[in-house]
Design a protein around this ligand. Sequence first.
Ligand code: SF4
Ligand code: SF4
Length: 445
Amino acid sequence: MTSIRANKNIKLSIAGKPSLETEALEKPATVGILPEKIPFIKPRLKIKVGDRVKVGSILFEDKRNPDVKFLSPGGGEVIRIDFGPRRVVKEIVIKLDEDEDFEAFDAIDEKRLESLEKDKVIAALTRGGVWPFIRSLPFRDIADPADTPHRIFVCLGAKEPFLPRPEAYLTGTTGLFNFGIRILQKLAENVEVSVAGEDLLKALTIPAARVFSGDYPVDDPGVQLYHIRKSSAENRSWYLDGQGVLQIARLFKFGAYPIERVVAVGGSHALKRKHLRTRAGIPLSHIVGDKFEDNGGTRFIAGSIFRGYAGSMETFMGFYENSLALISAGNTEEFFGFVRPGYSKPSFSRTFLSAFNTSEFDFDCSCHGEKRPCVNCGSCATVCPVDILPQFTLKCILADEIEEALSHGLLDCAECGLCTYVCPSKINLCNAFRQAKGEYYREME
Ligand code: SF4
Ligand code: SF4
């Protein structure tokens, strides 16, 4: 096992981290799936409103690659399909039966797996709806089943404070996780588990190839690849997280589409800050409970606070999202804010008295003012974990000089959001890079 220290990272002192306590959540009345939030796919629907589905029935497939299928996270009736502009499928909602039916898949045990050819393993993973858990760098699209990657990363870590902790979802499931790794070894020679943090490594009884020390975003596969890459062939490495490995193993072991999820709930506005044992596609309202009153002052963020999406209580957890953060929307005026010393305001540039405050900060979503120009402070370059010069890369994108942006390392961007976070002008650099990468990806198709 090798140890690598990443030198550019930030300890995020954000208040409201979920505890390791885990509670089982009761069954909701509905579940949903949000095709719009799954990057780069073009959904072709296989159901219509009023259809009856089982857990594991096909809801839609990706037109670009029909082998990639998305299955129903619940058994019952399709009661709603919402479309956005240009008929983009936004949301599919299923009302659950009391006794849900499950589609049956072929259960494959360890002994049978040994003699199974790679193409049979791929067919089982795609038909069983778990293939989309495997994604490919640098665009973070779903891996192409026809490719063989140089490496598959399994990244264990939760350096962003509201993400589910591997200690929570791997407790009691280590055997299942190891089975999942053996399944992945059928797809590539190099399957490497990397753990973010010595303390996490000690807490898990899992053989790891690498331990990365440092803070956010050292647990990101793109950042890890940046530190170990030796050739450009590695740029399209595949990756998945620990819960993805468990879903793959569950499909093979139990012969049913796996809907179990461990969801972390945190943030200073959350009433319960803990891990919840629940299921895929859970409504946000079911997670926060009926005691919570949404008066517009709270932002609900599904997924990481730097990479997830803000949604209303009426929406659902996305396919890849396993955390929910409730933080202040920051839409209230601060009385005489301009004369306050800012003891409780986080500041990367140590502008406020908070530089002397070592406690955790209550974050909000306020940009503290109007749109402002770049002041060339260089903070974004100081924190970028993959050594991009974000301010120059952004200028190239704005000037439509994509080749120039690529030469600055645009494709290495891990979409971690640190540049946006530290920017005093609150320029959304990360979003601009994500969009530019997306446009380049579509041009290449
Ligand atoms: S450019 Fe910004 S979002 Fe991209 S890796 Fe660097 S800090 Fe993260
Ligand atoms: S952090 Fe913001 S203001 Fe500073 S150089 Fe980067 S883009 Fe410009």
